[in-house]
Design a binder for this molecule. Structure first.
Ligand code: NAD
Ligand code: G6P
Ligand code: MN
Length: 454
């Protein structure tokens, strides 16, 4: 049976991840055939550099695919089956501020966690809603697969403000960690494991991991994580072929201490920001954060390689590699396009999946995915420790969306002080005031509540 060919728009065509996604799509054409790829971005010059190289790659490797790069929403979103969205509103310049402003006050500075993540959320909500509106206007039957961050806040905003839209929010962190677990176990692929997991985005735990015969794999992984975190055996030996940056190696090692809080489960690495915030501050350089590292490495490498390809007009010796972890994006698109009923971790409305948790929270749980979208599986009741942490964190996410919607200074201040990463309300206010100043161009105007007259 021949599969229907798909038309895709990559929103955020100028993203550093776009070339990896293109290479990954090209490797999967037998499973997910494509007739058209479009790029959409609001930064013409940035996108053009990636697009010029992509045009050459497609001409050489899949000339049958029609390719268009545009900044015009109507051209981009017309005749589309899938929107693959990875925008970064404010780009790395604003990520750098999100990270450096809290650090000035001794609070972690991070892309998606704590005050930095909240600031990024306040920028992303409008950008992602705009993409949904374009999709619904020009291709009402399309689906949006969104991995624009901070996914937790973006997901809550889309649940609340575009409740009927066909958007699925996804994250690659569990995929990346499962890849490491498979290596620890000596398995060929993470797909040899079936997992149970629950939490919020960048805030969750595995509770059960089994092989295809139903054998429990948790004890062996836990034994390894207890000693080494998620650093793999080949990394420990120094024989790994993957080139992982020092800051990520630190994170994988730190999982050892994160794991100790609940040795019955296995944690997402992002929990380190909530359990050990002081360690993270001490390990940070307030003058040179992850944004600087990414600008100096990934951004430079990707753009210089794309410019090189465009100059020599061939991609025969291209150094752009498939992003292996990104293959879950094809799995998800395939599941919807061809009703495969793939089991995947997605960010969806809880609606009873976590039985003793807010049904309106956006949670990350395993789902079966088919043409009608994701059907969450029931993860049951969760323990008091995780429930307490998640209730606090989900309140942060919901308050940010309310603050954005209502233009409320008070609610955003409350959101920041509710984040477990922030020590007190005075510091929260100082950080907020700095963030407002830095984000003038991007945030809605925030109004302070009138004091009651005495
Ligand atoms: P990047 O800055 O290289 O790319 C983002 C692109 O989005 C830029 O070209 C920018 O011009 C464009 N953009 C910004 N606002 C826009 C708007 N309103 N409309 C259209 N385009 C817009 O960033 P990156 O590091 O490649 O990351 C891209 C996104 O993917 C980020 O949000 C990042 O956090 C996210 N990401 C998510 C996951 C996940 O697990 N969900 C994994 C990796 C990256
Ligand atoms: C993981 C997370 C993403 C996050 C990224 C940051 O992949 O799941 O949500 O955006 O890490 O990576 P970076 O290399 O940009 O710091
Ligand atoms: Mn993520």
């Amino acid at each position: 049976m021949s599969l229907k060919k798909q038309s895709i728009v990559v929103a955020g065509g100028g993203s550093t991840f776009t070339p990896g996604i293109i290479m990954m799509l090209l490797e999967n054409l037998d499973k997910f055939p494509i007739r058209q790829i479009k790029f959409y971005d609001n930064d013409y010059d940035r996108q053009k550099q990636i697009a010029d190289a992509t045009e050459i790659i497609l001409k050489e490797r899949a000339p049958e695919i029609k390719f268009v790069a545009t900044t015009d929403p109507e051209e981009a979103f017309t005749d589309i089956d899938f929107v693959m969205a990875h925008i970064r509103v404010g780009k790395y310049a604003m990520r750098e501020k999100d990270e450096k402003i809290p650090l000035k006050y001794g609070v972690i500075g991070q892309e998606t966690c704590g005050p930095g993540g909240i600031a990024y959320g306040m920028r992303s909500i409008g950008g992602v809603l705009e993409l949904i509106d374009y999709m619904e206007e020009y291709s009402p039957d399309a689906w949006m697969l969104n991995y624009s961050n901070p996914a937790a806040i973006v997901a809550e905003a889309t649940r609340k403000l575009r409740p009927n839209s066909k958007i699925i929010n996804i994250c690659d962190m569990p995929v990346g960690i499962e890849h490491r677990m498979a290596e620890i176990l000596g398995l060929q692929s993470r797909k040899d494991m079936t997992v149970r997991y629950y939490g919020l985005n960048h805030f969750g735990w595995w509770t059960d991991i089994r092989d295809k015969d139903g054998n429990d794999l948790m004890p062996e992984i836990q034994k390894h994580v207890k000693q080494h975190g998620y650093v793999t055996p080949s990394e420990l030996e120094g024989s790994s072929s993957e080139d992982v940056e020092e800051s990520w190696m630190y994170t994988y090692g730190k999982a050892k201490e994160v794991y100790e809080l609940d040795p019955k489960t296995l944690p997402n690495t992002y929990l380190k920001y909530y359990f050990y915030p002081q360690d993270e501050v001490e390990h940070s350089n307030p003058e040179y954060t992850r944004a600087n590292e990414v600008m100096d490495h990934r951004e430079k490498n990707v753009f210089s390689e794309c410019n090189r390809i465009a100059n020599i007009k061939t991609a025969e010796d291209a150094q752009l590699v498939t992003d292996d972890h990104a293959s879950y994006i094809v799995d998800l698109a395939r599941a919807i396009a061809y009703n495969t009923k793939e089991r995947m971790l997605l960010i969806v409305p809880n609606k009873g999946s976590i039985v003793n948790f807010d049904p309106t929270a956006m949670v990350e749980v395993p789902c079966m995915v088919g043409s009608e979208g994701p059907e969450p599986l029931v993860m049951g009741e969760i323990p008091r420790f995780q429930k307490g942490l998640m209730e606090q964190q989900v309140a942060v996410e919901k308050l940010v969306v309310e603050a954005w919607e209502e233009g409320s200074y008070q609610k955003l201040w409350q959101a920041i002080i509710l984040s477990k990463t922030v020590p007190n309300a005075r510091v929260a206010k100082q950080i907020l005031d700095d963030l407002i100043e830095a984000n003038k161009e991007y945030w809605p105007e925030l109004k302070k509540e009138n004091q009651t007259e005495t």
